[in-house]
Design a protein around this ligand. Structure first.
Ligand code: CO
Length: 488
């Protein structure tokens, strides 16, 4: 009897739909857990094995990696990208891109966006995930168009628009569905739901994925963080609901503020229609490689056990984990740690006042800092940061909900407000690459240096000087051993 049943089940044709995994250990995992400090030399020896897994893609660039490479690791991020590309012969590489802000903190003119996309793909990127902190799609169009242009010319390049996931009155299923339709019209190749804070709970994920799937034919990817402790369950429900790709991190740098563990998700779907087919033995070898590095980071304090636990406050206050830790250190500096709860309660109010934006770089910092000001000054909006004023002026683009008119009157009385996309609103509506190149040409050793300088003028200049010093030193050492003399 039971045998018959089994046979029946075996014969029942279940459509196979393997779920893809984007591995984040070379980008978001170490950005979330160890302040983006993994150097290239830790990445290179394991690329060969990572390349054999069969991942949908490996995220390895963008976000804070660029800034941290130049600033703290004294590495050329472009050089890192080329080396990673060399090591990943069969796997697609992926980067994160802040819309019109590229990888920086201000909007750039379109010519800089186009050049950056062109050089990213030329140096080895396949998939560009583009997001905007307000979900203002106008701030994403240039990057999508730039990717499509290269795709036409080179046959390589995939633009993915990431919707910054957040909660609030405006963010209904209809809102997300209409955004998905617009993204399809914009010419993007796929959609990502980018849940920075781990706010998407399992049954909401089921609803959301089903809604998006019926709204668009584009592949849907889900990106979340383990911060609130629900992420693996969220992936389970999302995959059952038809999500195409999920973002995971190899176990030594998974969980906490990072992503669910790759091996765990692979095992979860084994033998189901969603089976990834990845080799657990190979994954174990990769984990063995990274485990001593994790131990080293724990020992030297780079990895704090604090970020590894479950932070349920992210669900209560809907605030990303990274924002909470920033807030604690800002309050410490002001000797006002006792105001922690007051600030936590002020954050949602400030967010409502400025049009209820998602909280992701840079809106998270802008709202968080303003909330601290409001509490510490003892009067709301007695003082406002320049960035908060810019947000009210419309310089970052449009928010989904209208802003609080009373707050606008108090913070930027009588000022003109913009309704344009961010590049126009801030006067970056004409080409600016040529002027930038002129400014830095004494340091230029490759075309990509112009872009590094465009994004981080001071940090890049320091790096260029360091690089020059290293190059002279290397030459000097060479001359010393070979010719027994220093070059003049
Ligand atoms: Co992330």
């Amino acid at each position: 009897m039971s045998n018959n049943n089994n046979e029946k089940n075996d014969n029942k044709a279940v459509a196979k739909k393997p779920v893809g995994i984007t591995e984040t250990i070379l980008r978001d995992a170490h950005q979330s857990l160890i302040a983006t400090r993994m150097p290239t030399e830790v990445m290179l020896p394991i690329l060969d094995k990572l390349d054999k897994v069969g991942y949908h893609s490996i995220e390895c660039w963008g976000g804070a990696t660029f800034d941290a490479s130049l600033r703290f690791l004294k590495e050329d991020p472009w050089e890192r990208l080329r080396k990673i590309r060399d090591g990943l012969k069969n796997t697609k590489t992926q980067m994160l891109f802040r819309g019109q802000n590229i990888l920086g903190y201000r909007p750039y003119a379109d010519d800089v966006v186009y050049k950056f996309v062109e050089k990213s793909i030329a140096n080895g990127i396949d998939i560009i995930r583009i997001f905007d902190c307000l979900n203002d799609l106008r701030n994403l169009q240039a990057a999508v168009d730039a990717t499509n242009k290269i795709k036409k010319q080179e046959g390589r390049g995939h633009s993915q628009i990431a919707l910054s996931y957040t909660l609030g009155d405006a963010y209904t299923l209809d809102y997300w569905a209409s955004m998905a339709k617009k993204i399809e019209e914009m010419g993007a190749d796929s959609i990502c739901i980018k849940d920075m804070a781990g706010l998407l709970v399992p049954y909401k994920a089921e609803e959301l994925v089903k809604t998006l799937k019926s709204a668009t034919k584009l592949p849907i990817q889900l990106h979340t963080h383990y911060t609130s402790g629900v992420a693996s369950m969220t992936y389970l429900k999302a995959v059952e609901s038809g999500v195409d790709v999920i973002d995971c991190a190899m176990s030594p740098l998974a969980l906490g503020t990072s992503q669910p563990a790759t091996e765990v998700m692979v095992e979860t779907f084994k033998g189901t229609p969603y089976d990834t087919g990845y080799d657990q033995k190979l994954l174990a070898e990769i984990a063995d490689y990274f485990r001593p590095y994790r131990e080293e980071c724990l020992a030297n304090g780079l990895l704090s056990p604090k970020v590894l636990g479950v932070n349920i406050k992210t669900l209560l206050y809907q605030v990303p984990g990274g924002m909470l830790s920033n807030m604690v250190s800002q309050l410490k500096e002001q000797h006002a740690e006792d105001k922690y709860n007051e600030v936590l309660e002020e954050i949602p109010r400030v967010r409502k006042d400025c049009g209820e934006p998602p909280l992701v770089t840079p809106s998270s910092q802008i709202v968080g800092t303003q909330a601290i000001f409001n509490v510490l000054m003892g009067e709301r909006y007695k003082m406002a940061t320049g960035e908060f004023k810019d947000l009210l002026r419309g310089n970052y683009g449009q928010t989904v909900k209208p802003m609080n008119e009373e707050v606008i009157k108090k913070v930027i009385p009588g000022e003109k407000r913009s309704t344009a996309r961010s590049a126009e609103a801030t006067g970056h509506d004409k080409p600016e690459l040529e002027a930038i190149e002129k400014e830095m040409k004494q340091y230029k050793q490759q075309e990509e240096d112009v872009l590094s300088y465009a994004l981080f003028p001071q940090v890049a200049t320091d790096f260029f000087k360091y690089r020059e010093a290293q190059q002279t030193k290397v030459d000097a050492a060479k001359a010393d051993t070979e010719n027994k003399a220093y070059p003049v």
